[in-house]
Design a binder for this molecule. Structure first.
Ligand SMILES: O=C(O)CCC(=O)C(=O)O
Length: 330
C-alpha cells in the first residue's frame, strides 16, 4: 500500500491556493479575556484564539510608519501615496533581483535587515496587552521569543504565498509555544491575511511532503486530507490579534489586491520555565544582534539581550523534523 501511495504523482491537495471565498470567520474570544479556564478550553478545541482590538492602534501605527520609512528610503511605495497607504511602485519592486528576495518575507535581504533594526518592531511584542494575555493563558511567567518576524508580503514576480505548514518544525523547543499573528494596519481578506485550519493542532506534528513546487519551502508543505477544509480567517482591523498553537496548520490566503503590501508580525510566546530551541535567540535577518542594535538610543536598552538573564533549558535544532516524512493516510 505504501508503495502504491508513494507512486501517486498528482500535486498535494494543499498545493492549490486558498481563495478568500473558502474561509469562514474566526470566532472572537474577547468576551473570555477575564476567564483563563474558558480560554484554555476554547484553545484546546480550536487550536487558535482571536481577539478583536486587543492592541491599541497607536503603537501598531507607529510601527507601520517606521516600516514605511524603510520602504520609502528604497523608493518602493508610490510617490503620491497617502502616508499610511501600502500602495507599491511595482516597477521598483520587481527590480529587486530574484536572488536577493526573502521569499518568506516579500522584500530584499537588506530591507529585511532594516526592518529588524527598528526598535518599534522589538517593542510591540512586549506590549502589556499581549504579555498580560499570555501570562494568564499559560498560568505563569511568559517568555517572549526575540526572533520576531516582520512580513512585508508583496506582489514581487518571484514572491509566493505562505504555504500550508505548522510552526513546530521551525521553532521546536516547547510544544506549548504559541504564535501571535497580527497585521500592522488593517488587512482585508483581499489583501491575503493568514488563515488557520480549525482543530488541526489535535493531530500533533505532521510530516512534510514533497510535490508542492519549487515556489514552496524546498518543495515541501504539510498536506491535507480531503475533509480538512475548515479554514478560518477575518478581515482584520488594526489591533486585532490571532494566536495559535505551534501545531495548528496555517497558510496565507491568496491576495486579490495586487499592488499593495501586506505588513504583519508573527511572534512566539511560551512559558518561561519551558525548554527553548537555541535558534529562537537568532535575529530573523540572520544578522548579529550587535548590528541590529547599532545606533539605538538608551531608552530601548531594555529590549536588548533580555534573554541572557533567563535560565531556560536549551534544546538543539532537530533537522529530522524538517525532512519529508511518510505520506499521510487520510
Ligand atoms: O504572514 C504570513 O504569511 C506567514 C505567517 C506564519 O507563517 C506564522 O505566523 O507562523
Amino acid at each position: 500500500l505504501k508503495e502504491e501511495l508513494d507512486s501517486v504523482t498528482e500535486a498535494p491537495l494543499a498545493a492549490a491556493p486558498l481563495e478568500p471565498s473558502r474561509v469562514t470567520p474566526l470566532e472572537d474570544s474577547s468576551d473570555l479575556l477575564g476567564d483563563p479556564a474558558e480560554l484554555r478550553a476554547r484553545a484546546k478545541r480550536d487550536g487558535y484564539l482571536f481577539f478583536r482590538g486587543l492592541l491599541d492602534p497607536e503603537p501598531v501605527l507607529k510601527l507601520r510608519r517606521a516600516v514605511f520609512g524603510v520602504l520609502d528610503r528604497h523608493g518602493l511605495r508610490v510617490s503620491d501615496a497617502d502616508p499610511l497607504s501600502g500602495k507599491l511602485d511595482l516597477a521598483r519592486l520587481n527590480a529587486i533581483p530574484a536572488e536577493d528576495l526573502r521569499t518568506d518575507i516579500g522584500v530584499s535581504q537588506q530591507i529585511t535587515f532594516e526592518f529588524q533594526r527598528l526598535p518599534e518592531l522589538h517593542r510591540l511584542p512586549h506590549h502589556p496587552a499581549l504579555v498580560g494575555f499570555y501570562r494568564s493563558f499559560f498560568g505563569e511567567e511568559v517568555f517572549v521569543h526575540p526572533r520576531h518576524m516582520m512580513r512585508a508580503m508583496t506582489p514581487h514576480r518571484e514572491g509566493r504565498m505562505t504555504p500550508v505548514h505548522q510552526d513546530f518544525p521551525f521553532i521546536q523547543g516547547s510544544p506549548e509555544t504559541w504564535t501571535c499573528w497580527f497585521p500592522v494596519g488593517d488587512c482585508s481578506l483581499e489583501l491575503g491575511p493568514l488563515a488557520v485550519l480549525r482543530g488541526s493542532h489535535r493531530a500533533g506534528y505532521l510530516p512534510w511532503e514533497p510535490g508542492f513546487g519549487e515556489r514552496h519551502w524546498f518543495d515541501l508543505g504539510t498536506n491535507l486530507c480531503p475533509d480538512e477544509t475548515g479554514w478560518v480567517s477575518a478581515a482584520f482591523s488594526i489591533g486585532d490579534v490571532l494566536t495559535f498553537s505551534c501545531f495548528t496548520v496555517h497558510r496565507a490566503i491568496r491576495p486579490t489586491i495586487r499592488d499593495e503590501i501586506r505588513i504583519s508580525m508573527d511572534i512566539r510566546y511560551q512559558r518561561a520555565s519551558d525548554a527553548i530551541m537555541e535558534g529562537s535567540f537568532v535575529n530573523h535577518s540572520e544578522r548579529p544582534w550587535e548590528e541590529i542594535y547599532e545606533g539605538w538610543s538608551a531608552e530601548d536598552a531594555d529590549l536588548q539581550y533580555y534573554w541572557e538573564r533567563e535560565q531556560m533549558p536549551l534544546v538543539p535544532f532537530n533537522e529530522a523534523l524538517m525532512k519529508p516524512g511518510t505520506r499521510r493516510i487520510c
